[in-house]
Design a protein around this ligand. Structure first.
Ligand SMILES: [Fe+2]
Ligand SMILES: [Fe+2]
Length: 197
């Protein structure tokens, strides 16, 4: 025969099973706030896509500022992928060729970014460089989201844990970028990419 204590325990654990099940399913606030690596990168992609669109419609007086912002955004994004995301993906999926291609595409984008940063709207090639960079990034994003991200989703990579790491590193990179601008530098390009164009 059950003791009074055993009866109390049984009552607590069996009462309202629906409530206990939903409590198990509901993510905690901390879990709900966890950034997902793929979501973060897709948000960045969308943000720069919109900025390239704004550049095309912009008056010449605002083009330089917009182009500089696009370059800063892309440099932080590329650095984040190269430092944190790509190495994790390389380990999680077996596709060295795809990863090499992505890194080479970053190099080409950096060349164009450096060219834009070294010029101004008064240069004839300025608009053309931004346009080509926009098209190039569009192509790169299509491959990342259409191929790489699909493979990541099918892998065992913990994109939530990776997102945490990326969020922290992105905060640092944005800080570095802002400090570089404050010091009147051309941005974080030379430090982030380890070379000048
Ligand atoms: Fe990307
Ligand atoms: Fe990329």
């Amino acid at each position: 025969m059950a003791t009074a204590r055993q009866r109390r325990t049984r009552t607590r654990t069996t009462r309202n099973p629906r409530r206990r099940a939903s409590a198990r399913r509901a993510p905690s606030r901390a879990q709900a706030r966890r950034p997902d690596a793929l979501r973060m990168l897709k948000d960045d992609h969308q943000k720069v896509k919109e900025m390239f669109g704004r550049f095309e419609r912009a008056q010449s007086s605002t083009k330089e500022g917009l182009a500089r912002t696009i370059c800063e955004e892309l440099k932080v994004h590329a650095q984040l992928e190269e430092e944190v995301f790509y190495p994790a993906v390389r380990e999680a999926i077996d596709d060295e060729d795809m990863m090499e291609e992505a890194e080479i595409e970053h190099d080409t984008a950096k060349y164009l970014i450096a060219k834009i940063e070294a010029s101004s709207p008064s240069d004839e090639s300025f608009d053309a460089c931004v346009k080509v960079l926009g098209e190039y990034i569009q192509h790169h994003v299509k491959e990342e989201e259409g191929e790489m991200f699909k493979k990541v989703r099918r892998s065992r990579l913990d994109t939530a844990a990776l997102g945490e790491q990326m969020k922290e590193r992105k905060g640092e990179l944005i800080g570095e970028s802002a400090r570089g601008r404050d010091r009147g530098r051309r941005g974080i390009g030379s430090r982030l990419f380890g070379r000048s164009a």
